[in-house]
Structure formats: structure tokens, C-alpha cells
Design a protein around this ligand. Structure first.
Ligand code: NDP
Ligand code: 8X3
Length: 248
């Protein structure tokens, strides 16, 4: 029987690429996101593979529980919906941006897990794949709360494993580095020139790379849990620790 993946944030980037890749491999899809038009387009594009589209803002707790809480057939929950907003230093940041990132990347992810996990535990089968980020482990100027939200995703993923020991339910944190999607257009609030600069002259990851990795994670033998994967483009690595020096 075909397996079913529920993807949050399926309307763009990694989520859309995962929808396309899993559909090609014969999986059934439940696709969610705020932009209904894009979900409808995907349904048209992917046909019978799409079991259901659900317009959903993961920040809306009642909506998440109402729309996802009754789904009992999810083999993989891909918690992908998320965003970064701004790259300003902490003392200049718009506090609303910080709140939106916390509400989406932390609280939205929490709601989806809490809504979907009980049925997985009852069935003693299922897999929660969380999209973290290299920003959850490695700081950079302007990463402030975005990196904090992804550190939360990393640690919650580990703690879920601790809770789930004794069940067959699996949990993975997949932490990508720089990948070209709508991510930077969102981060820079529609400033496409600023977004393009992030990738200029480099060869970033692309959403299809992430889709292949998610598929690999989801298709390991049942006794294997991939705890975490960190992946960067070859053109990205760590810098040295920064030192501020007084001149003169
Ligand atoms: P995109 O901006 O291309 O896609 C983000 C997706 O998240 C969209 O489908 C969007 O759908 C959805 N989304 C955002 N906010 C909400 C919300 N409140 N409710 C429901 N869905 C929402 O970015 P990526 O594909 O690059 O990002 C996907 C994930 O990967 C994010 O969690 C991001 O933090 C993470 N990531 C990205 C990296 C990168 O360099 N691109 C690297 C590491 C991690 P809609 O607007 O229709 O709701
Ligand atoms: C996205 C990667 O380095 O832009 O999570 O924060 S980075």
C-alpha cells in the first residue's frame, strides 16, 4: 500500500520539491500551506498522488488541531514550514519579525507534532522529519532569533526520540545550509536584489537536493533512525571565530 507524507509548507522551496519527488516515487501526499492557489496548482500537477490539500497557517493552533488532529494515516510528517525574517543585529530588529519566527518555526512546528503524533504512537509507526538548519548550530551575525528557533528544532527532535524510545516512531532533524528557494526573498521582504546576492557567484543547494535526502531518510529500514543530518553546499563552510581589535 502506498505510504502517505504530510508536508507543511508545500507551496514553495523544499516542501514543493519534496511533494514532487515523493509523488514520483508513488507516495500519497497531504499538502499544506497558506497559499491555496499554489496548493491547487500542485494538485493539478501531481494528480492522484495528492490525497488532500489543506490550507493551513501553522501559527493557528486551533486550525492545526482541527485540520490535522483527526488524520490517522500519516506515515511521515515533514515539518518544513518556516522562515527567516531580516538580518539586522538584535538591537535593531523589528520585534514583530522575531515573534513571527517564533510563532512559525517553534510554535507552529510544536502544534503540528502534537496534533499528528498521538495517532503515530497508537499505530506504533510513523516518522517525524523536522527541517532544522545549520543556523541552529552555527551562529552568524544577524542569525539571532532565526538560529535560536532552529536550535529549538534540533533539541526538540532529540527529546522526542527520548520520549518515543520503546515505540517504532522515528524522528529526524535535517539541517541544511544555504539553499536557493524563496527563503531569501522572504527574509528580505521582497527585495529580490538582496536575495540574489546571497547566492551570487556560489553554487548553493537546491530544493531537489533536500527532497532526495528527505526521501532517503524516510526510506531506511524500519529499525534505523537517522537522528540528524547536516548538509551544506561545497561552496559553504565555517569562518574563523571573529575577534574585535582596537586600532592603534
Ligand atoms: P521557502 O520560502 O521557499 O518555503 C517556505 C514554505 O513555508 C512555503 O511553502 C510557505 O508556504 C511555508 N510557510 C511559511 N510560513 C508558514 C505558515 N505560517 N504556515 C504555513 N506554512 C508556512 O523556503 P525553504 O523551502 O527554503 O524553507 C523551508 C524550510 O527550510 C524552512 O523551515 C527554513 O527555515 C528551512 N531552511 C531553509 C534553508 C535555505 O537556505 N533555504 C536552509 C535551512 C533550512 P505559504 O507561504 O504558502 O504558507
Ligand atoms: C537557512 C540557512 O545560513 O541562511 O536556514 O541561516 S542560513
Amino acid at each position: 500500500m502506498a505510504k502517505t507524507i504530510l508536508i507543511t509548507g508545500a507551496t514553495a522551496g523544499f516542501g514543493k520539491a519534496c511533494a514532487e519527488y515523493f509523488a514520483e516515487q508513488g507516495w500519497q501526499l497531504i499538502l499544506t500551506g497558506r497559499r491555496t492557489g499554489r496548493l491547487e496548482q500542485l494538485k493539478e500537477q501531481l494528480g492522484d498522488a495528492v490525497q488532500q490539500i489543506i490550507t493551513l497557517d501553522v501559527r493557528d493552533r486551533d486550525q492545526v488541531f482541527e485540520k490535522l488532529g483527526s488524520l490517522s494515516n500519516i506515515d511521515v510528517l515533514l515539518n518544513n514550514a518556516g522562515l527567516a525574517l531580516g538580518l539586522e543585529p538584535s538591537w535593531e530588529v523589528d520585534i514583530n519579525d522575531w515573534e513571527t519566527m517564533v510563532d512559525t518555526n517553534i510554535k507552529g512546528l510544536m502544534y503540528c507534532i502534537r496534533a499528528v503524533l498521538p495517532a503515530m504512537v497508537t499505530r506504533n509507526s510513523g516518522h517525524v522529519i523536522n527541517i532544522g538548519s545549520t543556523a541552529g548550530s552555527w551562529p552568524y551575525p544577524g542569525g539571532n532569533v532565526y538560529g535560536g528557533t532552529k536550535a529549538f528544532v534540533q533539541q526538540l527532535s532529540r527529546n522526542l526520540r527520548a520520549d518515543l524510545l520503546g515505540s517504532k516512531v522515528r524522528v529526524t532533524n535535517l539541517a541544511p545550509g544555504m539553499a536557493e528557494s524563496e527563503f531569501s526573498n522572504v527574509r528580505f521582504k521582497g527585495d529580490d536584489a538582496a536575495a540574489d546576492k546571497v547566492y551570487a557567484g556560489a553554487d548553493p543547494l537546491i530544493p531537489e537536493d533536500i527532497a532526495e535526502i528527505v526521501y532517503w531518510i524516510a526510506n531506511r529500514p524500519a529499525h534505523i533512525n537517522i537522528n540528524a543530518i547536516e548538509v551544506m553546499p561545497v561552496d559553504q563552510a565555517w569562518g574563523p571565530l571573529a575577534v574585535h581589535r582596537v586600532k592603534g
